[in-house]
Ligand binder design. Structure first.
Ligand SMILES: C[S@@+](CC[C@H](N)C(=O)[O-])C[C@H]1O[C@@H](n2cnc3c(N)ncnc32)[C@H](O)[C@@H]1O
Length: 216
């Protein structure tokens, strides 16, 4: 029946926003295909690691897993989510070679149902989806810690990244985490050992327990 065929076709045709999501995803797949050696962790992760509660960690938009590996090496069990399969394959091979407790999970963060109050620590580095942040806080157990570190709007002048929507305004991160206990916060230029630098904002915040949150 032609009507039946048409509706079947309509159901399977991608919506314009799906097409743009697939394009973005394939750009990430290509980048990860050519870059198979994870870089060193961000300085904030190295500096603040001892302040993060130990146990089960979630690394969102993990890429090839430079932070998942750093966490697993000091004893965390890590769930690493990304939608780029190439990146997760790199992470998986490193984790297998070193016998690290890392579970790569191929998923789109915009639609992923996080278990509530499950993780002791969550890392969100070089990825900004403002709507994701409250969902990450819900996925932390009370007393669990979120470390978020990404580009600051001043970085736009350098041309990388290009889209200012993916950069934080000044003090935006502090405001985003206002319901949490802020343990560390900084904004400014970060200098890397290879001589490069970047404008960034970084925070480590602890989810309040229900009683503390009520009293706050
Ligand atoms: C700049 S990389 C950051 C990787 C890692 N956090 C790091 O700091 O090295 C951003 C990552 O986000 C992933 N990504 C972007 N949008 C995503 C989405 N909606 N769901 C899952 N992963 C996503 C990309 O595949 C890419 O690996």
């Amino acid at each position: 029946m032609s009507g039946g065929n048409r509706s079947e076709h309509q159901r399977s045709a991608p919506l314009p926003e799906q097409r743009s999501d697939w394009r973005k995803r394939s750009v990430w797949e290509d980048r990860h295909r050519t870059n198979t050696t994870p870089a060193a962790p961000e300085p904030s992760v190295v500096e603040w690691l001892d302040l993060l509660p130990r146990g089960l960690a979630l690394d969102v938009a993990a890429g090839a897993g430079r932070h998942s590996v750093a966490l697993a090496r000091v004893g965390y069990k890590v769930v690493a989510i990304d939608y780029a399969e190439t990146a997760l394959r790199t992470l998986q091979s490193i984790a297998r070679a070193e016998k690290l407790s890392v579970w790569p999970l191929l998923a789109d963060l915009s639609a992923f149902a996080f278990p509530p109050a499950r993780f002791d620590a969550i890392l969100n580095v070089n990825f900004l989806d403002r709507a994701l942040v409250p969902r990450l806080v819900d996925a932390l157990r009370p007393g669990g810690g979120l470390l978020l570190d990404t580009f600051l709007i001043d970085q736009a002048a350098t041309g990388h990244p290009r889209n200012p929507d993916f950069m934080l305004q000044h003090y935006e991160l502090r405001e985003m985490l206002r319901e949490m206990d802020l343990v560390r916060y900084r904004e400014g230029i970060v200098a890397y050992p290879d001589g490069k630098s970047a404008w960034r904002a970084a925070a480590l915040a602890i989810r309040k327990s229900p009683r503390t949150a009520e009293g706050a």
